[in-house]
Design a protein around this ligand. Structure first.
Ligand code: NAD
Length: 352
């Protein structure tokens, strides 16, 4: 069995595996088997979310593995996320309980605020200094999961409806989830530096982790330095850059050279007798980040888990970081609100 290192989370001291399995875009049909097979392969961390629409099936995979005695609940580290439509205080606990029911669990090891997005008109956005980006943050109007699941960014009538819930209100409700034992650790995702520093001013329970897009085209040097200096563990997602977004047929992902065939990566991979995917994941873990790659193939499941048994040289880490283009793929844009064409802010993961 592959030995997966862990990182100690603050403030609980709980250990989080540095490699886990991401559940985004895992189909409802295959999800239970995929989770079960991943547990068999040695994965212990699963990264789910309301928005992925497959928590029930993921839970079935977990249950099968536990029923067969492969693992105990306490061997697993289950992550889920609060979607944008549940940011009002009174919405947080009920949806967390529903998500736990879908998984068939009594607690999540880690529960994250999935997004804090900031809509600006194109004109305002264009005239903004980057330091201002993201200072306005919105939550979205509640959508009943019985009516639309997963509801995505829009209400069932197709509109984007920001509401007034503040991050402070949402965070206090997240802290209450810890008080009640529904979640062990709380964290944030897609927050940039200004929002993190603000949250740290008033939180009673500090965020244990920050989950962000991170790959050699989006190195995130400053944001990572900030999170580390505050004792917040970091998880990088979309480690292979455009690969994940090609699955969605996004033009930007096809217009960007694939990292898995980039000569800088393939040359280093050859030298270490590893695959390009392993080099990309090791580059992240050697920078101190956890990773959560997704794959449906059994060979790749093992390949992606076994990424910490070799070390890149410092110069190789620098060469890979040198590919930085500050290029973000997970950047929902062109959402319209009140007849205005709005951008959902692009600076969401950046420090500046
Ligand atoms: P990923 O980095 O896991 O890449 C997935 C793509 O890479 C797929 O096309 C897959 O076939 C391919 N791939 C996987 N292993 C490979 C290998 N060994 N060799 C070659 N190709 C391989 O991308 P992702 O799904 O965007 O991110 C991983 C996880 O991160 C998600 O499943 C989700 O859990 C999480 N995530 C979180 C957020 C957020 O907003 N917090 C956003 C995106 C993803």
């Amino acid at each position: 069995m592959v030995n997966v290192p862990t990182v100690k989370l603050q403030p609980t001291g709980q250990e989080m595996p540095l490699v886990g399995f991401g559940l985004w875009k895992v189909t409802n049909k295959t999800c239970a088997d995929t989770v079960y097979n991943a547990i068999k392969t040695g994965y212990r961390l699963f990264d789910g979310a309301f928005d992925y629409g497959n928590e029930k099936e993921a839970g079935q995979g977990v249950k099968r593995a536990i029923d067969e005695g492969l693992v105990k609940r306490e061997d697993l580290f289950i992550v889920s996320k609060l979607w944008n439509t549940f940011h009002e205080r009174e919405r947080v606990k009920p949806i967390t309980k529903t998500q736990l029911e879908w998984w068939g669990l009594e607690y999540f090891d880690l529960f994250l605020i999935h997004f804090r997005m900031s809509p600006f008109s194109k004109i305002v956005y264009a005239s903004m200094r980057s330091a201002d980006v993201g200072l306005i943050a919105v939550a979205l109007e509640y959508v009943d999961p019985a009516v639309s699941y997963p509801s995505g960014w829009r209400t069932p009538d197709g509109s984007l409806k920001p509401i007034k819930a503040s991050i402070q209100e949402t965070w206090q409700a997240m802290e209450e989830l810890v008080d009640e034992g529904l979640v062990r650790n709380v964290g944030i995702s897609n927050f940039q530096g200004a929002l993190i520093l603000d949250l740290l001013r008033y939180c009673r329970i500090r965020p244990a982790t920050l989950q962000i897009e991170q790959h050699p085209y989006l190195v995130q040097h400053d944001l990572i330095r900030l999170a580390k200096s505050e004792g917040i563990a970091i998880t990088g997602y979309s480690s292979f850059g455009p690969a994940s977004f090609r699955e969605l047929d996004w033009k930007k992902a096809f217009d960007t050279p694939t990292l898995l065939e980039h000569p800088t990566i393939t040359t280093i991979a050859k030298k270490h007798n590893k695959t390009p995917a392993q080099v990309l994941l090791r580059w992240s873990t050697q920078r101190g980040l956890a990773v959560i790659p997704k794959s449906n193939s059994q060979d790749r499941l093992l390949e992606n888990l076994d990424v910490n048994s070799f070390n890149l040289e410092e110069s190789e880490i620098q060469d890979i970081s040198g590919l930085d283009r500050n290029l973000r793929f997970n950047n929902p844009i062109d959402v319209s609100y009140n007849g205005l064409s709005l951008y959902l802010v692009s600076g969401m993961n950046t420090y500046h």
